[in-house]
Design a protein around this ligand. Structure first.
Ligand code: PCA
Length: 215
């Protein structure tokens, strides 16, 4: 059995992206009788989805977790929902900045993650790692990849494949250049992703626990 973890290349003039640093540390790892494969995805609208599709076709994974940097967040945040919109606040790495365009024309407004997001948050907190459900993956390339993944599962599934997306904080070395920003060590993020994979492999049904917010 294969598990696909994707991380992104650096973007917005940064030299590193913690999502790639974390997933590549797990490349080749065995978790719950499956092998983890890490792939680096371009931070480019459109190209990101072609790269994801190619990796899914190659690996036929049981589980796909996209991982991306959410600078300014202090917790590991499994995303609840992908929305069918591209609205770039900044340009992607190819210089494109779509505004209010669908990720996939004619596709549904949104898709829910098929990961047990509440159980992942519970298990991360139990392991001493700050975590929370996020109700928005934004409208940049991470949401774009997440939506493309869930649309692929809805329309051209690999048998038994589930998927979702997790945003992670800056690394301490990034926050050191951005005083006041929260960060999380690479070791903690790697441990968190390992837990997220194991929980996802072990649980098909999520637990009933609040992960909501007032606003
Ligand atoms: N974070 C960006 C894109 C790539 C990444 O790691 C985002 O949240 O959309």
């Amino acid at each position: 059995m294969n598990i696909l973890l994707t991380g992104f290349e650096p973007f917005d003039k940064d030299a590193i992206n913690p999502s790639w640093e974390a997933v590549r540390a797990l490349d080749g790892a065995r978790v719950e009788d499956a092998t983890v494969h890490a792939r680096r995805i371009s931070c480019v609208f459109g190209a990101a989805l072609h790269e994801l599709d190619a990796a899914i076709d190659e690996l036929r994974p049981q589980l796909v977790i996209g991982v991306g940097q959410a600078g300014g967040r202090s917790e590991i945040t499994p995303e609840r929902v992908a929305i069918n919109i591209d609205d770039g606040r900044i340009c992607d790495n190819a210089g494109c900045q779509p505004i209010d365009e669908p990720v996939v024309a004619g596709a549904p407004v949104g898709y829910f993650s098929s990961l047990p997001i509440k159980a992942i948050v519970r298990d991360l907190r139990a392991a001493g790692i700050p975590a929370a459900v996020s109700n928005s993956a934004g409208t940049f390339v991470c949401n774009h990849l997440f939506f493309g993944l869930m649309h692929r599962i809805a329309t051209r599934p690999v048998q038994g494949m589930r998927g979702g997306f997790i945003h992670i904080p800056y690394l301490p070395e990034q926050a050191a250049r951005l005083p006041g920003m929260p960060s999380m060590s690479l070791d903690a993020v790697v441990a968190a992703l390992r837990i997220a994979v194991a929980t996802s492999m072990n649980l098909r049904e999520d637990v009933r626990e609040t992960g909501g917010r007032l606003h």
